[in-house]
Design a protein around this ligand. Structure first.
Ligand SMILES: [Zn+2]
Length: 259
């Protein structure tokens, strides 16, 4: 084996790539565990994830601890999220009316939600999260022509338009607002990286104050104004969580934002 080896390392909230070069890449343990998971716990709310290793660092791959199974599930979730670019919002799985009219209203922190999912990996959850918006990527997405996204022929399709032509089959594809528009969000316990939330059409309207058609009428200056207004806003989020990876690609589903 020569060259470098990339290890994808996941924890509850983020993914980092650890590149091993030279002698480290040739170490026997790497060849047997290149698909393994390791526990890496970045500080919550950091803008970027960093890992530091020194000559004396030891990293256990597939460590025999109970958390390993949960981390494996998370790795699968990250994978399915990358494959499911922008799935349709699973409206039928959740009920906004049930959450908002229930006598028992559950306000979770991100860390608590993570613990509940870890404890009951097959359960569906609905409730509230109170999230601070750290990044809004409207201008970035506009410049990259990725304001809306979808998928066709197992490939992502992006455009600054409501529909686009699939380059593989030439069919018209309906697009939805790109989950990556909403960048990192945090609360006092943890962070959710860009793309970790899947918004319903209604939640997008709550968030941006307009529908996708009106958004597409704006230029970069208009989009920047919206982004500047939203950054560091705190939003009460009515969310649902489904363990079914095929429905939401392992994202937290946002039914509504309430300010
Ligand atoms: Zn296609």
């Amino acid at each position: 084996m020569s060259g470098s080896v990339n290890l994808q390392i996941y924890d509850d909230i983020a993914k980092v790539t650890l590149t091993l070069r030279g002698g480290a890449a040739q170490a026997a343990y790497v060849t047997t565990a290149a698909n393994g998971c390791a526990a890496a716990r970045p500080m919550p709310a950091m803008r970027q994830t960093h890992l530091t290793f020194t000559a004396s660092s030891t990293m256990d791959i597939k460590a025999p601890i109970p958390d390993t199974h949960g981390l494996d599930n998370r790795a699968a979730r990250h994978q399915s999220r990358e494959e499911a670019t922008n799935p349709a919002f699973p409206e039928d799985l959740f009920s906004y009316d049930t959450v908002s009219s229930s006598p028992a209203r559950c306000l979770y922190t991100i860390a608590e939600l993570d613990e509940f999912i870890r404890a009951a990996p097959t359960a569906t959850f609905q409730g509230y999260l109170s999230l601070l918006i750290v990044e809004v990527n409207l201008v970035d997405c506009f410049n990259r022509h990725t304001l809306l996204s979808g998928a066709c022929c197992h490939a992502p399709v992006h455009a600054n338009a409501l529909t686009a032509t699939c380059k593989r089959c030439n069919e018209q594809v309906s697009l939805r607002l790109n989950p990556l528009i909403l960048g990192q969000v945090v609360d006092e316990t943890a962070a959710i990286e860009a793309g970790g939330l899947l918004l319903s059409d209604r939640a997008w309207r709550d968030f941006l104050g307009r529908g996708p058609e009106a958004l597409l009428d704006l230029d970069a200056g208009g989009l920047k104004q919206i982004a500047d207004r939203l950054v560091f806003c705190r939003l009460t989020t009515v969310f649902g969580w489904t363990p079914d990876q095929s429905r939401a690609g392992g994202r937290i589903c946002v039914m509504r934002f309430r300010s």
